[in-house]
Design a protein around this ligand. Structure first.
Ligand code: NAD
Length: 337
């Protein structure tokens, strides 16, 4: 029913385990009384000529209109003549920053128990610009594109995030000693933005040193901002510090204030439809969406309930060494709310 107090958000349940974990999010949101009305969209069965993808134009319009959404994992259909689903979303919605909060889950033992950092990855250029060609046989070239516009945009987002989330420090991760022009420009843009945020500490860390520091003592970091390729690698490294991709939330930020939250794991076809999937990553992604909407009370309640349920250890899914089904685990979270 239409209710003007409700915020409309687009929901892509996605493929494989997607619908099961999306159901879990819907249930938890109902119990926590979150003022969100979901507008569900599914990936089409044929290519939409307007998007050259299995994603329909209507579903992209839904995100553009609502400016906020949650996405389950999508399996890109094999075959020629269409764009990958994730690429279509990134390009069409101009999703320029990928944000991954990464914190130790109390009670879920890993080698580290004091991780609390945020990786912010530039998501549109760098080595991922798709500009590769053969020069002559046996020699290929790949172009790394860094622009002032995209670098300033992601740096601005990182500092804004730090300021609005009570964070103290932003570290720019780079290899400007070798990639002098490209990473050099990226750093220059970070420095420019840093000057506008004197209350946030700013530092620059070379990527190789950053890897060593993260593995030795992740507590050394707060917010990290970096170009595309480094962000791809470092964000997965950080997910590994806290127990893997099944637990890691993420949120994509696009032009005009769009936020599309998504779990970073795939559609897990091996366990799909069996009520075995762990909904934690999608739930915590939904929490990042709530924070983007400044619904911090609801976000805290849901996050606390998820963490409590995992910490108690009574209900855990198979990937965390437990025997619970998706629905039992979800019910336990709802009971905590
Ligand atoms: P995957 O993440 O789907 O699975 C890897 C392993 O992790 C599997 O054993 C799976 O059972 C397990 N796993 C993943 N998420 C889980 C969860 N929530 N709970 C419990 N176990 C979980 O990776 P894959 O097998 O390489 O990819 C499968 C499909 O997903 C492919 O079609 C791929 O293209 C797609 N994919 C989509 C996204 C996305 O939409 N963002 C990301 C990665 C992969």
């Amino acid at each position: 029913a239409a209710n003007s107090d409700l915020i409309r958000a687009t929901l892509f349940p996605g493929d494989g385990i997607g619908p099961e974990i999306a159901e879990s999010v819907k249930q938890v949101f109902r119990v926590a009384d979150v003022p969100i009305e979901w507008e569900e969209h599914f990936v089409g069965t044929e290519v939409d000529p307007r998007t050259q993808s299995f994603l329909t134009w209507e579903s992209l319009e839904s995100v553009r209109r609502n400016k906020v959404g949650l996405k389950g994992p999508m399996a890109t259909p094999i075959g020629k003549g269409h764009r990958s689903l994730n690429l279509t979303l990134r390009k069409e919605l101009n999703l320029y920053a990928n944000v991954r909060p990464c914190y130790s889950l109390p009670g879920y033992k890993t080698k580290y128990d004091d991780v609390d950092l945020i990786t912010i990855r530039e998501n549109t250029e760098g080595e991922y610009s798709g500009l590769e060609h053969q020069v002559v046989r046996g020699v290929v070239e790949s172009l790394k594109i860094i622009t002032r516009q995209a670098s300033l945009r992601v740096a601005e987002y990182a500092f804004h995030y730090a300021k609005t989330h009570g964070r103290e420090r932003v570290s720019a991760i780079h290899k400007a000693n070798i990639m002098q022009k490209t990473d050099g420009l990226f750093l220059k843009c970070c420095r420019e933005v840093a000057e506008k945020y004197p209350e946030i500490k700013y530092e620059e860390v070379v990527i190789d040193n950053c890897c060593m520091m993260l593995v030795k003592n992740p507590a050394l970091f707060d917010v990290l901002v970096m170009p595309n390729l480094y962000g791809d690698i470092i964000s997965d490294l950080c997910a590994g510090l806290i127990g893997g991709l099944g637990l890691t939330p993420s949120c994509n930020i696009g032009e005009g204030g769009i936020a599309l939250a998504e779990a970073v794991h795939g559609s897990a076809p091996d366990i799909a439809g069996q009520n075995l999937a762990n909904p934690t990553a999608l739930l915590l992604s939904a929490v990042t969406m709530l924070r983007h909407l400044d619904l911090h009370d609801k976000a805290d309640r849901i996050q606390d309930a998820v963490l409590k349920t995992i910490a108690e250890g009574k209900y855990r899914t198979g990937d965390l060494g437990g025997k619970s089904t998706t629905s039992d685990f979800t019910q336990a979270i709802c009971d905590h709310i």
